[in-house]
Structure formats: C-alpha cells, structure tokens
Write a protein that binds this ligand. Sequence first.
Ligand code: SF4
Length: 384
Amino acid sequence: MEEGFSAHQLSPSSWNRYEDCPRKYWLSRQRLPRKASMPAAMGTAVHNSVEDLCNLDISDREDSEDGWLPPTSKAVLDRHWALERDIFLGTPRHPRWKDEMITKAHDGLVGALNILFSKANIGKVGLSEVTVGQWKQVQDIVLANEGTLVSECGRLMGRLDLLIADLDENGESKGWIVADLKTGNPPKLKLNEKVSRQLRFYRDLLIQINPDHPQVHAEGWYSSNQTVHRADGPSVLDDAFAAWDGMRPSEEPLEATPGEVQCGFCEWKAWCPVWWSARRDGILSPGSMFRDEVVRAIKFDPESGAALFERMPPVGVDGELAHSDHRFGAILRDQALDQMRELMDSGYEEAIFLGSVRVDGKIVHLGDWCEVLPWTPLLKSVRE
Ligand code: SF4
C-alpha cells in the first residue's frame, strides 16, 4: 500500500454518494450522528443469514435428511433480526423499528436460497424437501462469502457477498460468478447504471487481485422476485481511481450539487445549508405532501405536542437565516415529539430542522417518520 494514500478508500457506496453530491459524501465523513434505515437493516439480516447458512457445518449429518432447512433458516434469520434490531435502535438517529418486516426478510432469504439452488443445478425445490446432501452441493459452489476486496494500492475496497463457481449443465465449473444479493426493488428491464457499475467494480477488483482468475462475470441477485441480472461492460477501475482522487479528505466542504433525487433522501440536510438556499432559488421544489423545513419555535406545548413555528428563510448560501411572517401550526407525536421535548428541555433556542413533515392544509404533522434536529450548517471539517 502506498504511504499516505490509506487515509481514504473508495467503496461502491461512497462512490455513489460522491457522485450524487460531493457535499453529501463530505458530510458522511464528518462523524455526524448516523441514521439507521429499515430497508438497510433488513438487507443486512438477509445477507448475514445467507452467509451463516453457507458456512453451516453439516459435515456429520446424513445426506438424506430433509425437513431441516425451514427451521434452521428461521432460527438463523431470527438471530440476525434481533442483532439488527439492537444495532438499529442503538443508532443515534433511527425511525420506528418495523418488526413486521421480518416476513419480507424471510421471503428475501427464501428467494436468495432459491437462486442458490438453481446455480447449484438443483432446480426448483421446496425448502422442506432440501436434503443435507443438496445443501452440501450448494456449499460446494460457494467459493467465498462476505470477502473484503482491496485493490493492490489500497485505494479501492468493496465487500463481496458471494463468489460462486459458474457451473455448466454437466456440473463442471466454467468460471466464477461475483454475486451481489439485492433485497430492494428489482429492475424492470435492465440494471440501473449505478448497480451495474457496483457489480463491475467487484468483478474488476477481483480480477485485479487474482491474476490467475478464470472467466469472471458479475450478477445482481434480486431475492424479491428471484431474478438474476448480469452486469457486463468495460472495466470501471479507471473511473473509480479518478473519483478517489476527488474524494480526498478536505478541510473545506466539497461542492454541493443539489437536485430532487440526491437531496430527496439525503440524511445530512440539518448540516447542509445548500438545499435550503436551492429551495429559495427554485432549484428544488418544496415538495407537496412531505417537506423539510427550517424554523424556529414560537410556541410549543410539550404535553399535547402542539406547536407554532416560524419559517426561517436562508440568507446567502452558508446557512444564515432570517425571520419571516410565515408561521404554521404543527402537531408532533411519537419520536418527533420526544426529539422536540429533548431539544426544548436543553434550553435550545436556535433554528430547527424539521425533516419530512406531512402537510395537511394549513398545519403539518410530525411523527415517527420525521426528524427534529438542531440546524447546524457545517462549513469546516470536524475531523482532526
Ligand atoms: S442536501 Fe442535497 S445539496 Fe446538501 S449534501 Fe445532501 S444532496 Fe447535497
């Protein structure tokens, strides 16, 4: 690894963030309080369950035994579900934990196992019919799972879900498949550019560090409808190195590129002044049903959760705010109410960021889906 170059590494997710908006990437590196997400927690529970099942030691079991996979996979998933719930609830910023989503996680796990059966030439089979012998067959094609790939120079890294043997119809391996398990929405026709690039990134990294590799291709496995999408195309490593160069740690914030898509799901808005001025300038629309606001509290009743807010329009582009005549009422409940109470109890009197309020006529509603955070535009790196 080159001396002095290990300070930052590009991974597919940090690359995407950087490409979405360099400021979003920069903020994500400032050790600000993280936000947990339910889809991510579900995805991790499914990934880790697949990994555990692939690593399961069944060497001393009879090959003919069946009926074992449904209870085993349920126990494995239950364990990971509980672990993810603890991590989720321990993350400083988190919405409501939706325990009912375990059903979706279970379906995702079954979907992933079905793809593995087809890759091991077992074909369609009900989970309860799968024998220990058949599962050993699956384990045989798994060459690696959850491996970390790092480029020779140390600048690029990625976590590979599964590396499996690409079997022909006679069960002979004709190469490797780099597989990434996806628990999100499957593509309608073909993989979107970002997912394709991520898959090719794993492929290209694997090729770079395994000079004697056989034929390799990358696939996205969508567990929800059990479809497999192959990512073909030229190497992405040159582009990755170019992006890595722009992602160097810096004292000054990186450029912000506000837009509906990137700002829509950005978790760093309370620390970014740019989206708020972009809204003033008409670059971003205010949103109809759900919107973000920067306000100060005029009145707040901690008992009932009723509040009156004053919108604070931006002055300039660095997060400075002005007063305005625009006032609106709000009803706060659940998590939003707890956060507001905490903020008010601490004596906070400055501006507040309201994330994702639901507009209902002249008043807005805040609940578990919202965030109430101090407005803290960050204009210098807090990393030492
Ligand atoms: S809110 Fe928008 S402009 Fe600001 S960091 Fe996030 S994506 Fe970039």
